[in-house]
Design a binder for this molecule. Structure first.
Ligand code: HPA
Ligand code: ZN
Length: 326
């Protein structure tokens, strides 16, 4: 969907985007060809036609399969360049980008390969795209805390190259509290902390992310609306939620966009930001998400400016850097 000029020109930060979820079918085919990989799809339209999800897991199956074409550092560089060009076009001036190290190391692609490749793009993103960047390494919660501990050991050898750590992948049955020690160690190392919670999982997981892990932002957090006391808590403490409206509809976490709880969160005084999550899979980048909530949730220009400002306030940036984005 084309975005309106108002929303696209708003300078904003994107705080919830999985770089592997920015992999467009065209780049999937391009990388498959370069790496000698035969894809089980006839063409890009065939692949795009499979982007029809019934829940988070049905998406994750395709997401983890798709990233198999990322083998060499230059594949990660091409992926990040492609994301940055598209995000810049929609007003993104700063991006804190998630990546899933275990999704690569478990298929024989090293952390160094992923980091080197991403960094080759991100280190000059300000000059080339006008977008400053940070990298957040996410633990795959469905692979458990023991593997996350080992991944953290490896990440800490590169801690100067990342802004923070997060927690993602299949949520139900994988409570944040299981990762208490992993997050305590990451905090000790001076890393910023975030976690997906309350996307498909219950409000209880949001409490755990806050009280047990001590995260600074909640990714998604939409199920918080099931618990009034929790909503009061995140409003009082100004805990930012990185909401991804088009993702929530595509993964059927909400039935339709007009039924989304975003207006309720805003009315309750929660600091919310708007993000794309997996822009290639869910129907657009952050500007498309702004346009969709303007169209279908009735938010006006002042609200949209507020969302953009919230993203700048919630970014892991020093104050002078924030000024550049306001
Ligand atoms: N939720 C959880 N894990 C993810 C997602 C998501 O929306 N996208 C990529 N990994
Ligand atoms: Zn996400």
């Amino acid at each position: 969907a084309p975005e309106t000029p108002t929303t696209s020109t708003l300078p904003k930060a994107e705080l919830h985007v999985h770089i592997e979820g920015a992999l467009e079918p065209e780049l999937t085919f391009d990388r498959a060809r370069r790496n000698g990989i035969t894809l089980p799809y006839t063409d890009v339209e065939d692949l795009r036609g499979r982007y029809d999800f019934s829940n988070l897991q049905s998406f994750l199956d395709l997401y983890y399969t798709g990233m198999n074409v990322l083998r060499r550092a230059e594949d990660f560089t091409a992926l990040a360049d492609d994301y940055l060009a598209r995000a810049a076009h929609q007003g993104v001036r700063h991006a804190e980008i998630f990546f899933d190290p275990q999704a690569h190391t478990t298929r024989g692609v090293s952390l160094e390969t992923a980091l080197d490749g991403l960094e080759a793009s991100l280190s000059s993103s300000r000059e080339r795209f006008g977008v400053s960047t940070g990298l957040i390494a996410c633990f795959l919660r469905d692979r458990g805390p023991a593997e996350a501990e080992r991944m953290l050991d490896e990440l800490l050898e590169h801690s100067h190259r990342i802004t923070g750590v997060g927690l993602d992948s299949a949520e139900l049955g994988y409570p944040p509290a299981d990762f208490a020690n992993v997050f305590a160690r990451a905090r000790e190392a001076g890393l910023h902390l975030v976690a997906h919670a309350g996307e498909e999982g219950p409000a209880e997981y949001v409490w755990q992310a806050l009280d047990v892990l001590g995260v600074e932002r909640i990714d998604h957090g939409i199920r918080s609306v099931d618990d009034e006391e929790l909503v009061r808590r995140i409003a009082r403490d100004r805990v930012p939620l990185t909401v991804c409206p088009l993702s929530n509809v595509r993964l059927r976490c909400v039935n339709t966009l007009p039924e989304h709880c975003l207006p309720r969160l805003v009315d309750a005084g929660v600091r919310t930001t708007i993000n794309s999550d997996d822009p290639s899979y869910f129907g657009g980048h952050v500007g498309d998400n702004f346009a969709a909530i303007e169209r279908e949730l009735g938010f006006g220009a002042r609200d949209l400016r507020e969302f953009a400002l919230n993203s700048v306030e919630a970014a892991f940036l020093p104050e002078p850097e924030r000024d550049r984005l306001r």
